[in-house]
Design a protein around this ligand. Structure first.
Ligand code: NAD
Ligand code: UDP
Length: 339
């Protein structure tokens, strides 16, 4: 069975490549390295002990993408290829709509032309908008998104729903990720943000290795257990394994399924900082700062559908998430080397 990881050189894609290869899939990657480096793919090859065909291309380029499908005979696609920085998406929304929608539309067209009918899509808990009730269940109506990035996920979900209605042989699994953190336990692959990290854990990791002086915690006056925001953090290796299960499911079922990938447990920002300090024995200086626009106070999954439908549930602990993040950051303080 051959799987194409579109955007597979990135953070979640590389971890998924490792788990897919371990499950016996032949892995092919297509990426334009806009937010990743070729070294990441070489490290995946080292972990899995074999070459991975890797195509340098824009997934929105129909001609180049068709050539990959013709050459590789792809059975199932996982679509990671998108821009993902929430703040940046408010500054350059058109680039976000262009890239995230175009990659999806091109993939759908090429998959139809080439007879590939199985697609897993990287969606996000952000499509729930401001939660009316917790935990978040897949049957809730998608909400009002706080950023253009969120709207791209919302729109792509709708495009995929419409495509599945019109093409009964198409199979799509929309995976709504909660907050992926952590790294492979080898410490050789992990999250490598460019510039100042937007997300909590990469920022904490850079403070831990002395790359940044202190963390700003955005808001301590939320109506939560300690005033800081609560999120459902999930180890990226668990998340990657969820894709393996979703691909197996998609091989056997037509139509569209929407599935949360989270742990079902919410931790506050302060709890995450304290856990990181305790588990790694390293101080994380912080200060409280004003709320960040668009942040919801609390967000965590009802993770039961993934268990029932896919037989998947998160196995790694908060300790694993903290320890593996620190190991990756300590072994690679500057991230992946260029080229
Ligand atoms: P990432 O930026 O590390 O990986 C995305 C990859 O896609 C990068 O390697 C990038 O170079 C590539 N890419 C982007 N546009 C492309 C294009 N037009 N053609 C070819 N390659 C292209 O991001 P990630 O954290 O691995 O996220 C993967 C997916 O999961 C994204 O779609 C993201 O929106 C989604 N997601 C991520 C999170 C998160 O917190 N990391 C949460 C929810 C959803
Ligand atoms: N956060 C923070 N400081 C940072 C980055 C994030 O306090 O430097 C908070 C953020 O306000 C949110 C939580 O950490 O409450 C998780 O944010 P992240 O950007 O990692 O994920 P999100 O849930 O926004 O997708």
């Amino acid at each position: 069975m051959k799987v194409l990881l579109a955007g597979g050189a990135g953070y979640i894609g590389t971890h998924t490549a490792v788990e897919m290869a371990a499950a016996g899939y032949d892995v092919v990657i297509a990426d334009n390295f806009y937010n990743s480096k070729p070294e990441a793919v070489r490290r995946v090859e080292a972990l899995v002990g074999k070459k991975i065909p890797c195509y340098l291309l824009d997934v929105a380029n129909k001609k180049q993408l068709s050539e990959v499908f013709e050459k590789e005979k792809i059975d199932v696609v996982v679509h990671f290829a998108g821009l993902k920085a929430v703040g940046e998406s408010t500054r350059i929304p058109v680039a976000y709509y262009r890239n995230n929608l175009d990659t999806t539309l091109t993939l759908l067209e090429v998959m139809q032309e080439q007879g590939c009918r199985r697609l897993i899509f990287s969606s996000s808990a952000t499509v729930y908008g401001e939660p009316e009730k917790l935990p978040l269940v897949e049957t809730m109506k998608p909400g009002f998104c706080a950023s253009p990035y969120g709207w791209t996920k919302w729109m792509i979900e709708q495009i995929l729903r419409d495509a599945c209605k019109a093409e009964p042989d198409l199979s799509v699994v929309l995976l709504r990720y909660f907050n992926p953190i952590g790294a492979h336990e080898s410490g050789t692959i992990g999250e490598d943000p460019q510039g100042i990290p937007n997300n909590l854990f990469p920022y904490i990791a850079q403070v831990a290795v002395g790359k940044r002086p202190k963390l700003s915690i955005f808001g301590n006056d939320y109506p939560t257990k300690d005033g800081t925001c609560v999120r459902d953090y999930i180890h990226v290796v668990d998340l990657a394994k969820g894709h393996v299960k979703a691909a197996a499911y998609a091989m056997e079922h037509d139509g569209l399924e929407t599935i949360n990938l989270g742990t079902g447990v919410g931790y506050s920002v302060l709890e995450m900082v304290q856990a990181f300090e305790r588990i790694n024995g390293v101080p994380i200086p912080f200060e409280f700062a004003p709320r960040r626009p668009g942040d919801v106070p609390e967000c965590y999954a009802d993770a039961s559908k993934a268990k029932e439908l896919l037989g998947w549930e998160a196995e790694k602990t908060l300790e694993d998430m903290c320890r593996d993040t620190y190991r990756w950051q300590s072994m690679n303080p500057q991230g992946y080397p260029e080229s």
